[in-house]
Design a protein around this ligand. Structure first.
Ligand code: NAP
Length: 274
């Protein structure tokens, strides 16, 4: 990669950010299209977020991704927020144009693209999301519009209820449920909790409940024990790597106005991951 005086700089603000896979996929995609852009990870301590957002303006960066723990806190620091990010209440992509910073959230659409490329549709199906945090909210925004019915289960019932009530503004058939047994009425089950990040974490639900043919997704990037157990029961499984890829594809389009070569981005992501 050749950095010049005209190179447009993008990147990611997170804390920590050392393990991010995003630079590999974005830099590979810039290079493949011959775009004079680069993507750099920035470790931004929570106390320094406002200064870092100021630096996007001061240093004339083209834009940045925003990751944990800044996705919500960054909102008041921006000039405008698009409608979806505003509803979701979290921003994962900032675009800077003429010194104006606009926030977007590409996580939810990234998940939907990942379902779609795997040949999975939620139309006419009952969907269960386990977890009621930021990622559940982002994917829930789109799932609520497409699914026959969307159910939210969270360990903190008040948070799950609040999310369901917010999502009802998007589509009528959204509700929170107090427990997740039995699960045979759900066609699609999605883990949107961090359970599974560690191999010895408990499962988000009892593996004995899975039914053959159910679609089971985990937003965690790898094939967690949750997915392996589901697979053993004859379920179709999908991990979160596709969501990561597609949220990146959508951010790339926002910064460059170009469609990246998704095959190259995916290959770079897989190489960085393995
Ligand atoms: P978050 O905002 O902190 O929300 C986490 C949710 O999980 C909350 O509802 C929380 O419950 C619940 N939870 C946490 N620990 C739990 C436990 N031990 N048992 C049961 N429930 C638990 O996090 P997030 O940003 O939504 O992220 C959730 C997951 O999605 C993470 O694994 C993250 O890596 C993944 N993710 C993946 C992508 C991707 O591109 N693939 C993008 C974003 C996120 P309470 O409500 O009670 O706190």
């Amino acid at each position: 990669m050749k950095i010049t005086g005209k190179t447009k700089v993008t990147g990611i603000f997170g804390y920590p950010v050392e393990h991010t896979l995003s630079p590999a996929m974005h830099n590979a995609a810039f290079e493949a299209l011959g775009l004079d852009y680069c993507y750099i990870p920035f470790t931004v301590h929570p106390d320094m977020l406002s200064a870092a957002v100021g630096a996007v303006r001061a240093l004339n960066l083209r834009g940045v991704n925003i990751t944990v723990p800044h996705k919500e806190k960054v909102i008041p620091m921006l000039d405008t927020i698009d409608d979806e990010a505003s509803f979701i209440g979290a921003v994962n992509t900032i675009v800077s144009s003429d010194g104006q910073l606009k926030g977007y959230n590409t996580d939810g659409r990234g998940f939907m693209e990942s379902l779609s490329e795997s040949g999975i549709s939620v139309k006419g199906r009952n969907v269960l999301i386990i977890g009621a945090g930021g990622a559940a909210r982002a994917i829930g925004y789109y799932l609520a519009q497409d699914a026959k019915a969307l159910y939210i289960y969270g360990r903190t019932p008040g948070r799950a209820k609040r999310l369901a009530s917010d999502l009802k503004k998007v589509a009528e058939s959204v509700s929170s449920i107090p427990d997740i047994s039995p699960i045979d009425g759900f066609h699609v089950i999605i883990n949107a909790t961090p359970l599974g990040l560690k191999e010895d974490d408990p499962l988000p639900l009892d593996a004995g409940l899975f039914c053959k043919g159910q679609i089971v997704c985990d937003l965690i990037y790898r094939n967690t024990r949750f997915l392996r157990e589901a697979s053993k029961s004859g379920c179709i499984t999908l991990n979160g790597l596709g969501m990561l890829l597609w949220q990146g594809v959508l951010a790339f389009e926002l910064w460059t106005g170009r469609k990246p070569d998704v095959t190259i981005m995916r290959k770079a992501l897989m190489n960085a991951f393995s």
